[in-house]
Ligand binder design. Sequence first.
Ligand SMILES: [Zn+2]
Length: 503
Amino acid sequence: MSIFERSWAVTVPAVLAAFFLAACATPQKALQTGADSLAQTAAKAAVVTPPALAPLPEPVSLATYTRHVVTLAADDFGGRKPGSSGEQKTLDYLVAEFKRLGLEPANGDSYLQAVPMVEITAASDAALTLTTGGASRALEYGKDMVIWTKRVKEQESIKGSELVFVGYGITAPEFDWDDYAGVDMRGKTAVILVNDPGFATQDPNLFRGRTMTYYGRWTYKYEEAARRGAAGAIIVHETEPAAYGWDTVANSWTGPQLDMQTRDGNAGRVAIEGWITQSQAEQLFAANGGSYEAAKDRAKARGFKPEALQTKVTAAVRNSVRRANSYNVAARLPGSRRPNEHVLYMAHWDHLGQMIGRSGDSIFNGAVDNATGTAGLLAIAEAFSKAEQRPERSLLFLAVTLEESGLLGSAYYVDNPLAPLASTAAVINMDAIPFGGPTRDVTVIGAGASELEGLSCRTRTAPGPCLAAGVHAGEGRVLSLRPFQFRQAWCAVAVCQARYRRS
Ligand SMILES: [Zn+2]
């Protein structure tokens, strides 16, 4: 989930609009544009009367779209889990469709791009003990804490590592903020708050107010702790600033975890990463003679300094490790006048597979997320492949893998693009295409961050003035969207949602 959360019919005009876009912005320009727009316009809602859309080269077929959704979401695709037989069926289907449409393979003579992955499964006896003075307390795995290691190893541990409360765990020179100021984290374990000080204070002048920044994401927090040389990093879970409950934490970070293979086997990560519940954090700060709430108050004020706690942590995990490839699928339609420039359509093909141990229907079919997007990709490819006139720019149709495991397929693509990112004019991603019918209004998630945003009102199917509103909710999922990978690479990507106001 999800860029262009709209009806599939709405998506197609966006495709055409993309042809008129200039090439990728330079990093500086894109950054500047994004920052300015965010500051100035994100909170506003603009009413726009859109110009007429260019006609479609060929209608997108509803029957084709429906057939693809039904096929990809069928039980025998098993929920399309990477590494499963459902992956092979999905790849075979996508390749056969691209061939049938007469599209070129985009990776030399292959439609497939291998994405090397590693599957790490922690045993359920993962242990974490907090010791303050003479008193030790073992936290229960799954209930009080979830821990893992990103290091590709059979086992990993930390012993007697000193805890340091580092507030939000953010080093952000552009916001004049450093939660690690003056502390040497080597051998120590960071205790970190979720989200960022802007969300905590609701102050629009601090970070980006209610809009979560990249600094608020859990991924950043573990990365920064690793850069600081910490041995461990533990985030305190709270439902509102995280935008998901403890159940999501417990379900998402237990069981097999898929990751990309790296040269160093993730040796640069901290040894132990994890989450603890808010209740455990309250007990931790109480054991140190303070309170969690007071600590949070200090952390959201400018000038916060990291605080050494009297508590030490010992933690250990045992893993089973499996290496394999998953695959992105990519096809190209060469452009008529500017074949070296590309417009990229993408959707992730993967879903969650099956729930182990559940009786009855255990398949997560992923019809909406993201058989719809993948079907949209195929249906749009078909429309373009049948059109008499080719678009001026080349089109690249990319079905990525491992989205559900942390946007890994798209991240791999950004590092190993099949068309240069510098000449990729636009990226249009489809995730969970809704089925609510014609829509009048468009919500732009992360308003101000994309040059495509101005086209959002032109993509509607219902008439009337368009309300294009920026979204400010501090939801982690906004920045966990796959297109963010492309934003980091500075291509134009818009994140929109339909709002289903029809009149
Ligand atoms: Zn999705």
